[in-house]
Design a protein around this ligand. Structure first.
Ligand SMILES: [Zn+2]
Length: 134
């Protein structure tokens, strides 16, 4: 298969199988991250209940709360990424993958390579971001 360069690269589309493979490996990464961050969070909670039994009733005895919220944030981020990837896999299955869910235009392949679970084309994504800030 000949590879084009420059402007033609925008028009070159990956096959659904390529998208599926890319999404599957992203999903495996996200699952790993959900698993490891959740395990770290659980370990933290367990450490705290076994080591700090005596501090249970001390209102200031929460030295791990900053670490706890940091880990909880990581669990949330990993879970949200996993949801986006699974939604993209579902769109792929239904033949809606790579189509902007706002305007219905095809999302350029080059964008899908950078952001395989993109649900919107660049201009719709920018409009949504802009609205979000205002
Ligand atoms: Zn769009």
């Amino acid at each position: 298969m000949a590879r084009m360069h420059g402007i033609h690269e925008m028009e070159e589309s990956d096959s659904p199988a390529t998208h599926a493979k890319r999404l599957a490996s992203l999903r495996a990464d996200a699952v790993d991250r959900v698993t490891s961050t959740s395990a770290a969070l659980r370990a933290l909670v367990q450490d705290r209940s076994s080591l700090n039994d005596d501090d249970e009733h001390d209102p200031d005895g929460a030295p791990l709360s900053a670490e706890w919220s940091r880990l909880a944030g990581q669990v949330d981020a990993a879970q949200s990424e996993l949801r986006q990837i699974e939604a993209a896999l579902l769109r792929l299955e239904e033949g809606r993958y790579g189509v902007c869910s706002t305007c219905g235009q095809r999302i350029p392949n080059i964008r899908l390579r950078v952001r395989p679970f993109a649900e919107h084309c660049v201009s719709c994504a920018e409009q949504r971001r802009g609205r979000g800030r205002q």
